[in-house]
Write a protein that binds this ligand. Structure first.
Ligand SMILES: NC(=O)c1ccc[n+]([C@@H]2O[C@H](COP(=O)([O-])OP(=O)(O)OC[C@H]3O[C@@H](n4cnc5c(N)ncnc54)[C@H](OP(=O)(O)O)[C@@H]3O)[C@@H](O)[C@H]2O)c1
Length: 313
């Protein structure tokens, strides 16, 4: 059975938006994606594959699980090594989708950085930088999509506390106790956008990589059926779902389709270096366009990674 024509890596593909997008990517007969489910828990990753194969047996040869714990930079490096050993179809897309919202019992990553910043931004920052040289350079465009959230923008008035950006050496410090109203998630989602715009700039300036990549960020909208709010008080969460959250709610079937379409190399109409709100391009927050913050996040993150050889941009 065919492994597919091209490979896409989806982080956090075992549930929620990542899982739904994986199913949609596989159903696209033209692109014939091979999907790498980059997940931290092997049993959950393999269970997800099992569920998908039950839909269609033919998908079995187009799915690979590779362990990735974004809360551990060594795991990120091992992921890239293991990915290269798999000898899959050419790498054409990366969807940085995984995220966490203030887990109550874990405050830091393995390297001692705040868990929300570490998983939602820093792990993906390293992963992306390590993978860039491994993308195929052919006539087809490569795609990177960073899944963010409308909570990054204070103007949206979402019920989640607004971002409080930087500098990086402050963002890495976990709060003493998990606060009731926690801005770390929205801040990390702002980081996803600052990172996207700076990545686009750096790719454009690189003789080797310019014209080979399309880099965007994507807001799927409020999807209460995913596991993202697993650590929230269920009563509070239900109040949000039934109250203020209603106007932000988006069907996950649409969001997963829009996300998958952003990495489709056949779709010329997809832009580069923009913020997609569902299938619409809109401006992201004013703060996300601040070049000084884009640079500070990049350089600050790079300093945390410490190994200069990890970076070619
Ligand atoms: N749901 C919404 O309303 C909403 C709104 C706007 C934006 N988003 C964004 O949509 C994306 C997907 O979220 P979702 O709603 O689908 O949530 P979800 O169902 O909780 O999925 C999150 C995924 O991230 C994974 N993950 C968490 N920590 C990880 C780590 N240390 N290493 C690797 N993977 C890790 C989870 O794995 P485990 O299952 O092992 O924990 C899970 O697979 C996120 O970027 C989120 O910010 C969601």
């Amino acid at each position: 059975m065919s492994k597919g024509k091209r490979t896409v890596i989806v982080t956090g593909a075992n549930c929620g938006l990542g899982f739904e997008s994986t199913k949609y990517l596989l159903s696209d007969k033209i692109d014939e994606w091979h999907v790498v489910l980059a997940c931290r828990d092997e049993s959950k990753g393999k269970q997800a594959i099992q569920q998908i194969v039950e839909i269609d047996q033919e998908y079995a040869s187009r799915l690979t699980f590779i362990e990735l714990d974004l809360a551990d930079l060594d795991s990120v490096r091992n992921f890239v090594t293991n990915f290269n050993q798999e000898k899959l179809p050419p790498l054409k897309a990366l969807i940085c989708n995984a995220a966490t919202q203030a887990p109550p019992n874990i405050s830091t990553t393995k390297q001692g950085y705040d868990i929300v910043f570490g998983v939602n931004h820093l792990g993906h920052f390293l992963l992306t930088n390590l993978l860039i040289p491994h993308f195929a350079k052919n006539d087809e465009i490569n795609s990177i999509v960073n899944v963010t959230s409308d909570t990054h923008d204070p103007k949206n008035g979402t019920p989640v506390p607004v971002p409080t950006y930087g500098p990086v050496d402050k963002l890495i410090i976990p709060p003493q106790e998990t606060p009731k109203r926690d801005s770390r998630y929205a801040t990390s989602k702002l980081c996803n956008i600052l990172f996207t715009y700076e990545l686009k700039n750096r790719l454009d300036k690189s003789d080797e990589f310019k014209n080979h990549f399309r880099v965007n960020c994507f807001n799927p909208g409020f999807m209460p059926e995913t596991s993202l709010a697993r650590y929230l008080d269920p009563k509070l969460f239900n109040m949000i779902v039934e109250g203020e959250g209603k106007k932000y709610r988006k069907p996950i079937a649409n969001s997963s389709r829009y996300l998958a379409d952003l990495v489709n190399p056949q779709l010329d109409k997809v832009s580069n270096g923009v913020y997609y709100d569902g299938n619409e391009i809109i401006p992201s927050s004013d703060e996300s366009y601040e070049v000084s913050k884009q640079l500070e996040l990049w350089e600050g993150s790079k300093n945390l990674i410490k190994t200069e050889t990890d970076f070619i941009l």
